[in-house]
Design a protein around this ligand. Sequence first.
Ligand code: PMP
Length: 402
Amino acid sequence: MTVTEPAPNPAPVPPLAARTRSIGGSPVRDILAVTARPEVVNFAGGLPAPELFDTDGIAHAYRAVLAEAPAQALQYSTTEGEPALRTALAARTTARGLTTDPDDILVTTGSQQALSLLATALLEPGDTVLVENPCYLAALQAFGFAGARILPVPSDADGVDPEALEELVAREHPKLLYTVPTFQNPTGRTMPAARRAAVAAVAARHGLWIIEDDPYGELRFEGERLPWIASYPGAEDRAVLLGSFSKVMAPGMRLGWLRAPAELRRACVIAKQAADLHTPTVNQLAAARYLADNDLDAHIARVAAAYRDRRDAMLAALPATLPQGSTWNHPEGGMFLWARLPDAYDTTALLPRVVEHNVAYVPGAPFYAGDPDRSTLRLCFVTPTPDEITEGLGRLAEGLGI
Ligand code: PMP
């Protein structure tokens, strides 16, 4: 037989990497496939309300960069990101109390990519990563792909418990803590200032990276903005702050960024070269142009006002929706509310029956790194309108047999 002859009995191809089997797909994405039907009221996906996108402003920004600088906008760019965008991001971060130079920032393809780059840059297989309990799902995936051993930090309504954190850090020698301190996904909860200071202090005492993921912080409906953990003493050389335009501009632009100490940032740049060379130039320039021509903060205030109405519609209807003995929180911003039904309810098992009533939520179980609380669920209150929220919660009550 010659090398060019097709084999009569082809040998099987080698197997996929083991990590593709151990890291499951996102159950939220699987649910999204079901909820794409227009008749379903979708409390499941973390989708910003599309009717609130500033479509005209964004379209104008794209048209302007394509008309005025097409050779730049359509060309390859640097891995670090377009200077115009990094300069604007540094100015916004500095204005919010964290002095930042454009060079401190690496533009990423969504903040999700920042998580992958950090996992590549920081983690050896077997390294320990501490996460909130429950935790943002796709962060669990990113750290899982890097072969990390993921341990949950005992957490309450205010986020991670600093004393429990300190104990775990001393015992387990983790490399990093991943946290979403403001309007967390999935719970909507916010870590108070004193805890932020305590987390920074633990990291400084024991030697720990902190990844502070903040895609929701700008969507505040009430209460005072809190300082980033990165701005507390001790965190300067070990906190990485992630930002994103997904929830305040448009997720389809896939624009995020990370602010990190120099050596780690350089490692992330190399990881990004291998991942995608750079984030699309035209999107970066359009975002920079949008920021120059528009008042993004005024837009965010409009979006936050609409989201507050939707949160309030949900809070008003929940007492008649969930079974006696259920509890839920009152998020001061963001997109999510977290509820717990009485022990007898398993929200994963209940979901198929609920979806038959054309309404969907995300069960809480997949968000837990350790033992899941199966009676919990996440409700996203920003995608449906207030009327749709009332209608959808009525259907949820029916689906739950209330
Ligand atoms: N971090 C958190 C906590 C999120 O909820 C999300 C999106 N759901 C992301 C990161 C990723 O966002 P993006 O890549 O769109 O910036």
